[in-house]
Design a protein around this ligand. Structure first.
Ligand code: NAD
Length: 491
């Protein structure tokens, strides 16, 4: 199967990956293909079908057909199938992780964590499959009674970006199929291979054909949103893409979940655990080479500990050796594309042109091993003036603006001065300050003295221009069901 193809692929030449549409491992109807390249070396990792509307139609038909049987399976049987499939997939983490590293750039450690999370997420929602509850409602006429039942929606579209191809796919696929829906899944064009490997592993582990179908290529996103058989769209992507998808989905009044961009603020007060804060900020900003939606993207530090915290952050950044993700000494992979790197460099340049000071990094690492990839240094800046792009835009790379604040009032005012509202965090040992931040930070998530991890158990999603709808938690599961009212009469 595809996984084995990747693993025996040692000659450096490209293989042709395929889409997964029901029983078929399909090429694009157009016959067109494109190359997936390694961001660390520029080498071709694989050649992939460039699908289009015709392929999405086949996948939607396959998913609709599979829905008729999958949605009618006893829920405990569905849970059982998903547990077995996820166990099988989890046994392949060591095979899948290098595929993810080669196509995305992230370090092998990061890829292992992500592949593991894919399987665990399928299992977490499998546990909910047989726990859907309805309600009995008394009606005034005692010869009748009412029920509210929850049903799966039908075929769901899942559209995923390139930064966390596997976890963000699982966030959609897992609750959808556990609730009895079927899926047409579109990975980002540049990161299809590890997703294919995960879905192949689920199929090998017993997931019935047609329950999850994978289409590839740029054009398939719009075709999914437009397809009449697809009833719900879950998109993770940028805010501009979210707006387009919402407008397009409105044409057929589809249900939508939009997980969009963010510019998460972090406030650190004088009484904070400095070591804990430095670790969380460093992981929060530099994990995945800074290409994370939930990431510390704006840092506001109270003046009493400003210098000490900055020193700790610089010390941590200096240990993040950039390098090819497959190299065990690398602590930070390259950026995913040349365009992404150019964007972050332009945001840093804008700050510097306006008078900001680079405290660490600010350029590209030097050396022959960096010449062919999209490497960048972890970067920390201070004195970034108001209005600079780093404050007003999402910085989707490893560059952090740090600002001195007088007190919590100033921190909260600056933190909320953003179009985004995804994550947020505060470090303080003062309960009242923490409580105020929890109440006043405009975001879908607030971490208090904790690492920015999106837990399976807690609903995750943004407010403001970071989108709406939830992934993770029972809330996400319920969003893949719809309520139906029933009246039984003539009793
Ligand atoms: P993107 O918006 O360019 O693409 C995301 C996906 O949408 C891709 O699969 C793409 O092909 C598809 N797409 C693009 N235009 C489309 C259209 N008109 N119709 C249908 N599909 C379309 O985003 P990206 O650059 O791949 O990812 C980075 C962005 O994703 C960042 O803004 C980041 O913050 C955001 N993100 C958000 C979350 C979250 O959970 N809120 C998580 C990760 C990333």
């Amino acid at each position: 199967m595809i996984i084995e193809v990747f693993l025996t692929h040692t000659d450096g030449g490209a293989q042709l990956a395929t889409m997964i549409i029901e029983g078929d491992r399909a090429k694009a109807a157009s016959g067109k293909t494109y190359d997936v390249r390694n961001p660390a070396t520029g080498e071709v990792v694989d050649e992939v079908p460039a699908g289009g509307a015709e392929d999405v139609d086949k996948a939607a038909q396959a998913a609709a057909k599979a829905f008729t049987t999958w949605s009618k399976l006893p829920a405990n049987k569905r849970a059982d199938i998903l547990h077995k499939a996820s166990q099988h997939m989890l046994g392949k983490v060591e095979h899948i992780a290098p595929i993810l590293t080669k196509e995305q750039g992230k370090t092998l450690l990061e890829s292992r964590i992500e592949a593991q999370r894919f399987g665990e997420n399928i299992a977490w929602f499998a546990d909910l499959a047989d726990k859907i509850h309805g309600e009995h409602v008394r009606l005034p006429d005692l010869t009748t009674y009412g029920l509210v039942v929850r049903k799966p929606i039908g075929v769901c579209g899942a559209i995923v970006p390139w930064n966390f191809p596997l976890t963000l796919a699982a966030n959609k696929v897992a609750p959808a199929i556990a609730a009895g829906n079927t899926v047409v899944l579109k990975p980002a064009s540049t990161t299809p291979l590890s997703t294919l490997a995960c879905i192949e592993a689920l199929l090998e582990g017993g997931l019935p054909e047609g329950v999850v179908n994978v289409v590839l290529g740029q054009a398939t996103g719009d075709a999914i949103v437009a397809h009449p058989l697809i009833r719900k769209i879950a998109l993770t992507g940028s805010t501009p893409t979210g707006k387009k998808v919402m407008a397009r989905a409105a044409e057929n009044l589809k249900k939508i979940t939009l997980e969009l961009g963010g510019s998460d603020p972090c406030i650190v007060l004088d009484d904070a655990d400095l070591e804990g804060a430095a670790r969380a900020i460093s992981v929060g900003r530099f994990f995945n080479c800074g290409q994370a939606c939930l990431a510390v993207k704006r840092l506001y530090v109270q003046e009493g500990i400003y210098a000490a915290l900055l020193e700790k952050l610089v010390a941590r950044a200096s240990k993040l050796k950039p390098g090819n993700g497959l190299d065990k000494d690398s602590r930070m992979g390259p950026m995913h594309t040349e365009t992404q790197r150019a964007e972050v460099e332009a945001q840093v340049k804008d700050a510097v042109d306006r008078g900001a000071k680079v405290v660490y990094g600010g350029g590209r690492p030097q050396g022959s091993e960096y010449e062919k990839g999209w490497f960048i240094e972890p970067t920390i800046l201070e004195n970034v003036p108001d209005g600079a792009r780093m404050w007003t835009e999402e910085v989707f790379g490893p560059a952090l603006p740090v600002r001195r604040i007088k007190d919590l009032d100033e921190g909260l005012r600056l933190a909320n001065d953003s179009q985004y509202g995804l994550g947020s965090s505060i470090w303080t040992t003062n309960m009242a300050a923490a409580h105020r931040a929890v109440n006043e930070l405009e975001a879908g998530y607030t971490w208090v003295n904790a690492l920015q991890i999106a837990h399976d158990e807690l609903p995750f999603g943004g407010t403001k221009q970071s989108g709406f709808g939830k992934e993770h938690g029972v809330e996400a599961f319920l969003q893949y069901t719809e309520e139906k009212s029933v009246v039984y009469g003539g009793l």
